[in-house]
Design a protein around this ligand. Structure first.
Ligand code: DGL
Length: 273
């Protein structure tokens, strides 16, 4: 039976829109409801227990919107909250880490994979766990890049200062000899041009956003949750705080038509679940 309910997607801010962009391209007839927790961005500098509580609250709000599945379009939330979300939510949940790790294992030739992400993601060791569950031969060099999310949220995407920050973060990984780099934060695809430039042509970039969209497609097919073939898809966006730079980045950098942004108050208390 086709299912025309929306796919719920969340992130702390604009990063998850890179997943939305990939979903819109891959599944054009699906409705998407996006919730950005802009009142509490960034997640990546907060403790695991705080990110888990935020994730529970936001996903409960998405369930209240009548979504058929939830995409955790945030590596920090996927890294620390996914097992709990999978256990307690009444709809299937897809995270970004396993799809990105699978793509990295397929891409690496010298079996040395680099991962960049927020402090919360890197500290959790979630990529190391996922990569070692897929291949015992892959070596991982991971690095937290805490300055990148604020620069992206600020819209400094083509900026000399951002380029210098990227080079400073990536130099040790390049020196260590990685041949594949996982963008372990859904904000980072917005800087993929500058990151590719800093890495040079011999390193493969793995974009966890695109691989996550493929995982969502597989899940919908497996569970027969695809929207009817003739449906036209749509994107509805809600935020927990005023849009500000959000709209500009969404429109200019991602060419996403986000329409009118709704405001939602955070539903506190879900952490008790
Ligand atoms: N986009 C998020 C991620 O993938 C986190 C950004 C943040 O809130 O720190 O980790």
């Amino acid at each position: 039976m086709p299912d025309s309910r929306p796919i719920g997607v969340f992130d702390s801010g604009i990063g998850g829109l890179t997943v939305v962009k990939a979903l819109r391209e891959l599944l054009p007839n699906e409705k998407i409801f996006y919730l950005g927790d802009t009142a509490r961005v960034p997640y990546g500098s907060k403790s695991a227990s705080t990110v888990e509580r935020y994730s529970l609250e936001i996903t409960e709000m998405l369930v209240g919107e009548g979504v058929k599945t939830i995409v955790v379009a945030c590596n920090s939330a996927s890294a620390v909250a996914l097992p709990k979300l999978e256990r307690i939510l009444s709809v299937p949940v897809v995270g970004v880490i396993l799809p990105g790790a699978k793509a990295a294992v397929a891409a690496t030739r010298n079996r040395h994979v680099g991962v960049i992400g927020t402090r919360a993601t890197i500290k959790s060791g979630a990529y190391e766990t996922a990569l070692s569950s897929l291949s015992s031969q892959v070596r991982v060099t991971a690095r937290a890049c805490p300055l990148l999310v604020p620069l992206i949220e600020e819209g400094w995407l083509n900026d000399e200062l951002t380029d210098r920050v990227i080079v400073r973060y990536l130099e040790p990984l390049i020196r260590e000899g990685i041949d594949t780099l996982v963008l372990g934060c859904t904000h980072y695809p917005l800087l993929s041009g500058a990151i590719e430039h800093a890495l040079g042509p011999t390193t493969t970039l793995v974009d966890s956003a695109r691989n996550c969209a493929t995982a969502v497609q597989e899940l919908l097919d497996r569970q027969q949750l695809r929207a009817p073939a003739g449906n036209s898809g749509s994107l509805e966006v809600a935020l927990t705080d005023a849009p500000d730079n959000f709209m500009r980045v969404a429109r200019e950098a991602l060419q996403l038509d986000v329409g009118e942004v709704q405001l939602r108050e955070v539903l506190h208390g879900a952490a008790k679940l």
